[in-house]
Design a binder for this molecule. Structure first.
Ligand code: ZN
Length: 299
């Protein structure tokens, strides 16, 4: 029993390897979330049990299958279990009416040799990151709303089980913008109103960092506020989810001021917060040093 059996039983068209929209390890169907031509964009990842549309991004398994088989999410849960598929635990996604649909830049592909080399050059384990953080990539041509996203790693921002935004990291080190986020009017939720991280891994003690690469280094017990200028909404989310927080921003004067400010504001909200200084930035730490630091901070 598996996804292919489910598609066959519910008469859903699908393609596997060999089709232009399909890649090894993926089973693709038309995307019910995409506006306009649906294509065979919605891939089910056989190894890691999630849906990813090459146009609109990550989708949680329950709403995705529910839309495909036209049953309620409640009924869909039963079907998913019957087919031996695994339901990850997530809260219900937020639905908003929007003028523009959330979507990824054109030409999103799995990470290629050059993206993998980039991650290795920064001493990351690419396989581990791809699996945990659902990373994708772009090649020499990629645009969204006339903005070029070429030669980047695409970083989905997932909140309550739904992809709501994305960020991207240039791999050439030649682009003026190292990071380039989703255009504002394409975000389901502004990325400055959520935290980048894995909610399902969080404990009562957390580590707050600046950006995704810091989170990749420190692991899923950490979360990022996308820069040092955090918002009140992010403070509220942190206070709601954590009892203790270490704030670990990059080693520069402005970042230290912001970290100190955040500590004070978190304390005001009843969080046991403190600032941790390191020599450089968390993303550049050696993995074993980072692992050791996390062990010290999360007891
Ligand atoms: Zn889609």
């Amino acid at each position: 029993m598996d996804i292919i059996q489910l598609y066959q039983d519910f008469s859903i068209d699908f393609v596997t390897e060999g089709h232009k929209h399909s890649r090894p390890g993926w089973v693709n169907t038309e995307c019910p979330f995409c506006v306009g031509n649906p294509g065979y964009h919605l891939g089910y990842n056989l190894d890691n049990n999630f849906f990813f549309c090459w146009r609109c991004g990550y989708h949680w398994i329950v709403p995705a299958i529910s839309k495909l088989i036209h049953l309620s999410e409640h009924e869909t849960r039963t079907v998913i279990k019957q087919y031996g598929l695994f339901i990850t635990t997530h809260k219900e996604p937020i639905v908003k009416i929007r003028v523009k649909a959330h979507r990824l830049p054109s030409g999103v592909i799995p990470l290629q040799r050059q993206h993998i080399s980039y991650l290795q050059s920064r001493l990351f384990d690419p396989d581990y990151l791809i699996k945990l953080w659902h990373l994708m990539a772009t090649g020499p041509v990629s645009t969204l709303d006339h903005i070029s996203y070429k030669h980047r790693i695409i970083i989905p921002f997932i909140w309550n089980g739904q992809q709501v935004s994305f960020d991207s990291r240039d791999i050439t080190n030649k682009s003026i913008s190292k990071y380039m986020a989703c255009p504002k009017d394409r975000e389901l939720i502004p990325h400055k109103e959520i935290l980048y991280g894995k909610q399902e891994f969080w404990k009562s003690t957390g580590i707050c960092v600046e950006g995704p690469t810091d989170v990749w280094r420190l692991g899923p017990l950490s979360f990022a506020v996308s820069g040092i200028k955090y918002t009140n909404r992010q403070l509220r989310i942190i206070a709601k989810n954590f009892k203790t927080v270490s704030v670990l921003f990059d080693n520069d004067p402005q970042a230290k001021i912001q970290a100190e400010k955040m500590v004070a504001e978190l304390k005001f909200r009843g969080v046991d917060a403190f600032r941790v200084d390191i020599e450089d930035d968390p993303g550049s730490m050696k993995q074993e040093d980072a692992d050791y630091l996390v062990k010290q901070l999360i007891k």
